[in-house]
Write a protein that binds this ligand. Structure first.
Ligand code: MLT
Ligand code: ZN
Length: 485
């Protein structure tokens, strides 16, 4: 049975209690200080918050969670605030507190024999990658927002990104977790075991729960050996079908080498080269589409360059690709990745855009792109489809940029029409409406038609059992009970 809440405290009394636990540095109440925490990266949501709380330890976090539960204060976890689906933005009631773990930012250690890293939630993904690399290993998770995204959010959303096809999503790399549960108790699952079948896999439930089942505070992540050689190449292709042929060719020649296979449309690439300073296309001509691929090996004796040149030569001869450039240095490799990583930013600068972070079986990617392009062009004349993303694992960001000259608000008012049009095709192709960005507050309305019946019912039971008063990131992931079972 759940204890009933203590009588509501006046705002200033609550703030005083938070300050007693966290000290003045841990509590932000000034409107200007709070503002950045109340808007998402895409500027789709503008909320309000009672306060922003910044605990510096698990004990402090547990104490404020218990205080929130006692006084019925809803809590919104936030890391680097890079959600694409409003998953970390408070609502507009002003009742919620944003709890940001950026002060819990220690890399506690790297174990070179177990190939693991123990790391707190507030460390940015980039800092985690760098620390792993300096220690002689690789943390293979890589996403466009890695400079800001923090480990807590990366795990809470089960982030995927560029290397999923070889190393898996965040979930596959998470061996252990510590978390503060919705009642303020601490789940200490900081285990570093590859095998551990001891009941329900709570850590796997927390990974991907988008902050609705607790706060991830610390994790033990699996590291990988550093590659000795990496080849990155940008290839020009006619369309996604040719890109799929290229993927098939690479895999038939050596399935173990591929670590990234990213598709980009000509439209998306043009936005990047036009709108991002320093982003230039290193090919002689523009193309209808491009693939950025990366091959890597930890073996000391492999002649990777010979392989890359021979397989791309074969692809050119067979007409699968029309041109290619292989990076000759680390800075050229970074230049190729810049063309890919700046897609989201370029689209933001181009005006309003609607994102469809979808996945389908890899073999269906060309059909998805062809059909969704025609359907969206028929829906809104002048719309600019700019699909790109992690084709090697079937995850395409089927993003659409507003027609030139259309008011952004008018375009965004059609968001649901566009998302529904794309997702109907994705459903026919056995895909998912949210591959890696999560559900957040943008997509709970899609849950009944995609995950209804026993699946959504089980999710609701789990949520109610762990968070009976719905105080953990309310309004995210699950639709209101009135919206379908
Ligand atoms: C990316 O892979 O760059 C992001 O997930 C993309 C997006 O803007 O949809
Ligand atoms: Zn992505």
């Amino acid at each position: 049975m759940t204890a009933s809440p203590s009588p509501a405290l006046a705002r200033h009394d609550l703030i005083a209690r938070f300050s007693e636990i966290l000290g003045p540095a841990g509590v932000l109440t000034d409107a200007t200080d709070i503002a950045p925490f109340c808007t998402d990266w895409r500027s789709l949501y503008h909320g309000r918050a009672l306060a922003v709380l910044r605990p510096a330890s698990t004990d402090e976090l547990a104490a404020i969670v218990r205080l929130c539960v006692a006084h019925d204060v809803p809590m919104v976890p936030q890391g680097g605030n890079t959600s694409m689906v409003g998953g970390a933005t408070p609502d507009d009631t002003g009742r919620e507190v944003v709890i940001c773990l950026s002060r819990m930012n220690r890399i506690r250690g790297i174990d070179p024999r177990d190939l693991t890293m123990e790391i707190e939630a507030g460390v940015t993904l980039k800092a985690a990658q760098d620390a792993a690399w300096e220690a002689g290993f690789m943390l293979p998770l890589s996403i466009s927002s890695e400079g800001s995204a923090q480990i807590g959010g990366v795990l809470a959303t089960n982030a995927g990104g560029n290397n999923t096809l070889r190393y898996g999503n965040a979930r596959e790399l998470t061996l252990g977790l510590e978390a503060v549960m919705p009642d303020g108790s601490v789940f200490n699952g900081l285990r570093r075991l590859r095998k551990d079948n001891t009941g329900y896999a709570l850590r796997q439930l927390l990974v991907g729960s988008e902050g609705t089942l607790g706060f991830i505070t610390t994790a033990i992540l699996q590291l990988h050996p550093q590659p000795r050689e990496i080849d990155a190449a940008l290839c020009a292709v006619e369309d996604a079908s040719a890109a799929l042929d290229l993927l098939g060719l690479l895999r038939s020649r050596d399935p173990s080498l591929l670590q990234a296979f990213e598709f980009m449309s000509g439209t998306g690439m043009e936005l990047v080269t036009d709108l991002i300073p320093g982003a230039g296309l290193p090919l002689e001509e523009t193309a209808p589409a491009y693939v950025l691929l990366e091959l890597a090996t930890p073996r000391p004796d492999a002649d990777l360059r010979e392989f890359t040149e021979s397989v791309l030569g074969e692809a050119l001869e067979e007409g699968i690709i029309t041109d290619a450039v292989i990076a000759e240095s680390e800075s050229q490799r970074a230049g190729l990745w810049k063309l890919r990583e700046e897609h989201a930013e370029a689209q933001r600068r181009a005006g309003a855009s609607v994102k469809n972070d979808v996945s389908v079986p890899v073999t269906h990617v060309p059909e998805l792109i062809t059909r969704a392009t025609s359907a969206c062009e028929a829906l809104i004349p002048g719309i600019r489809p700019a699909p790109f993303g992690h084709m090697g694992d079937g995850n395409i960001h089927f993003n659409l940029v507003q027609p030139e000259g259309m008011a952004p608000e008018a375009f965004l008012a059609r968001s649901h029409d566009i998302m529904d049009t794309v997702s109907a095709i994705v459903k026919e192709l056995d895909g998912s409406f949210s591959a890696e960005h999560g559900v957040g507050q943008l997509k709970p309305y899609m849950m009944p038609s995609w995950r209804g019946g026993a699946e959504l019912a089980a999710m609701r039971h789990i949520k109610t059992a762990l968070d009976p008063r719905n105080l953990m990131n309310p309004g995210k992931v699950l639709p209101p009970a009135t919206q379908g079972a």
